[in-house]
Design a protein around this ligand. Structure first.
Ligand SMILES: C[S@@+](CC[C@H](N)C(=O)[O-])C[C@H]1O[C@@H](n2cnc3c(N)ncnc32)[C@H](O)[C@@H]1O
Length: 391
């Protein structure tokens, strides 16, 4: 194998490697990974060789410098694999190793073009660790040095996912005017602050954002924080969604994890105000659980947990369909992975041309009679929905 060691050393020292693939495990009883590939990458401005180890169900990576790469390539060739293909700028090498460990090298004309090594960058999110964000620091998610607090990592991911979903709504918001947004059931307002930071500080929009919540203590906390952060066009008010009648028109309505039928109240306000964008993540839905009846579905409904999940899905289906009937292009999306929160369905709706209304209306009526329900959302919407349904 001496000539192999020399060949690998020269290829790496001359910096001519483009790619290498190791395959065919020699001794199956020792099998852990089944294939290894190598390519060059740039990490923190330094050139490295990235080894990718393919296992049955996962892939692992190691980034090595030149001398470590020579050692690892020699080790894999001498002890582990039967076939090694190394593509360099000048030639391709195929190394075949017999059961007894005898290696033969075949040299051929180069078949791969040189490609500049890729930057091994992490995906860029709207908010990033290391980029100081005063609101995240104040909310205890980021340290003043820019590190995400371990225990708050899920929250940080949720905020970024939320902003990603908001960023798709930008084409519906008119930059030439003040965008009025209301966040119903804002709670401690992590997402409301994130929205303000994104739209005003990052995107340069003029906004008027109101966060509404039933709880006096959270409103007082959020109002103080908005003042401290100098988020001048963000204010918080205490109140019930149902009774909120300060505005007659709003551009965007958000309601995340507001409990039970509070989501229906939020959707009704949004639509009746002519909001162009609606984002809602429903939570603890009890309404349908008590109401639904369907003889054919007894095999599902006799199990409490299944019935509960079924009732939630039916409620969200009704909400999404009602928004379609009211002329919205409606999407139902995963808000965040199930492992982070069970409340993961987002209803996102844009006021758009919806030519499908008659078909959806018919399907909606049939669906209601199949499940024997009169959804509360119809009461929340009132005349606007009744008129549409009876037209
Ligand atoms: C689970 S928290 C969610 C907070 C925040 N939206 C989030 O997703 O991080 C739900 C909030 O909705 C508020 N809420 C529930 N029903 C409401 C209603 N009818 N009117 C106003 N706020 C309500 C609660 O007080 C609570 O703070």
């Amino acid at each position: 194998m001496e000539n192999i060691t020399e060949l690998i050393t020269n290829i790496i020292n001359d910096d001519t490697i483009i790619k290498a693939v190791f395959s065919g495990v020699r001794n199956k009883s020792e099998k852990t990974f089944t294939k290894v590939t190598i390519k060059k990458v740039i990490i923190k401005n330094e050139e490295k060789y990235q080894f990718e180890y393919f296992y049955d169900k996962n892939v692992e990576h190691k980034n090595l410098n030149k001398s470590e790469t020579i050692d690892e390539m020699c080790y894999l060739t001498q002890t582990y694999f039967k076939q090694i293909v190394i593509n360099t700028i000048q030639s391709d090498y195929q190394i075949l190793v017999s059961k007894k460990g005898v290696a033969k090298v075949h040299k051929k004309a180069a078949t791969r073009k040189f490609e500049a090594p890729t930057h091994n960058k992490k995906k860029k999110y709207i908010l990033n660790e290391g980029e100081l964000s005063p609101f995240l620091i104040e909310l205890g998610i980021m340290t003043p040095q820019g590190k995400i607090v371990n225990a708050k990592y899920d929250k940080f991911k949720q905020i970024n996912r939320y902003l990603e979903l908001v960023s798709d709504c930008i084409p519906y918001l008119d930059k030439n005017k003040t965008i009025r947004i209301i966040d119903f059931g804002c709670g401690k307002a992590y997402l409301t602050f994130a929205l303000y930071d994104y739209l005003v500080l990052k995107m340069g929009y003029n906004v008027e954002i109101v966060g509404l919540d039933l709880k006096e203590n959270v409103i007082s906390f959020c109002s103080d924080l908005a003042k401290k952060l100098k988020f001048e066009d963000l204010r918080f008010e205490q109140g019930d969604i149902k009774g909120f009648d300060q505005f007659t028109n709003v551009d965007m309505v958000i309601s995340l994890h507001a409990c039970n039928t509070a989501t229906d109240e939020a959707l009704a306000k949004a639509v009746n105000w002519g909001a162009k964008v609606i984002l809602a993540v429903p939570c603890c839905q009890h309404e349908f659980l008590k109401k639904i009846k369907n003889e054919k579905m007894i095999p599902m409904m006799k199990y409490g947990i299944i019935k509960e999940k079924l009732a939630s899905l039916l409620t969200d289906s009704v909400r999404a369909n009602v928004l379609e009937i009211m002329g919205y292009r409606t999407q139902v999306l995963e808000f965040i992975d199930m492992e982070h929160t069970p409340k993961n369905i987002m209803i996102r709706a844009f006021f758009d041309d919806n030519s499908n209304i008659e078909k959806v209306k018919k399907e909606y009526e049939e669906f209601k009679s199949e499940w024997n329900v009169k959804p509360y959302i119809e009461e929340a919407f009132g005349k606007s929905l009744t008129d549409k349904l009876n037209k």
